[in-house]
Design a protein around this ligand. Structure first.
Ligand code: SF4
Length: 219
């Protein structure tokens, strides 16, 4: 199905939480209100990420079709708006939204080059991390599955000045596709189980990020 209606059980955020801890994924999807409040540092980090993303996109893609802006927060409309932008021949689409195998992703930038596409993920990080590759690999899985077109993946990072590091991670994300298929099926089954998984606290609670249910698990 090219552009399915957005009724997925997983998103990029929830998938990455599942990779860290299946209990975290379950709590995030079914008991969201139990999460810890964001700290001032976490809020500042999120804002820094948004500001960096805005700067890069406005410099390189000032005339792109912005799905989020056009959809005015109505996420149900995002896949249809994405289809509209591609049919209208826009060369770049911001927050291009696809659903495949019950997973919804929003690409920071989707660039069209004739019949080939390039997905760009923008991260405000000094170096490339494994979690960036996992993130991009899920976006590849969904976007390529929905579009059925040749797709390349790049990760954009700051370079310490006003320029950018751009990493082509296409081979790395392609190598992860079979794992993603297995994980998506496993996570969807888990979410339908009706039971919070029994996972003991441990080193994984801090890696790669501090879990948002840290307080709940330690009561
Ligand atoms: S605090 Fe640890 S065990 Fe609890 S949900 Fe988070 S990662 Fe899992």
């Amino acid at each position: 199905m090219l552009f399915a209606p957005p009724d997925p059980s997983l998103s990029k955020t929830s998938y990455l939480k599942g990779l860290q801890c299946e209990k975290q994924l379950y709590l995030y999807k079914h008991h969201y209100d139990l999460r810890d409040p964001l700290t001032a540092l976490e809020k500042a980090k999120f804002q820094g990420g948004h500001d960096f993303e805005d700067r890069y996109r406005s410099e390189y893609f000032p005339n792109a079709f912005d799905v989020e802006k056009m959809g005015k927060g109505k996420r149900n409309a995002y896949p249809t708006l994405t289809r509209y932008a591609l049919e209208q021949g826009y060369e770049a689409v911001l927050e291009a939204t696809f659903v495949f195998e019950g997973v919804l992703v929003m690409n920071d930038v989707l660039v069209r080059e004739s019949d080939t596409y390039q997905l760009q993920e923008i991260k405000n990080s000094s170096h490339l991390k494994n979690t960036h590759i996992q993130d991009a690999a899920l976006q590849y899985f969904v976007t390529q599955g929905a579009l059925k077109k040749d797709l390349h993946v790049k990760i954009v990072l700051p370079d310490g000045s006003t320029a950018y590091q751009i990493h082509d991670v296409t081979p790395q994300v392609q190598a992860l596709q079979e794992d993603i298929k297995i994980n998506v099926a496993k996570f969807r089954k888990l979410l339908g189980s009706g039971q919070i998984p029994d996972v003991p606290i441990g080193a994984h609670c801090d890696t790669p990020y501090k879990c948002s249910f840290w307080g709940y698990c330690r009561k």
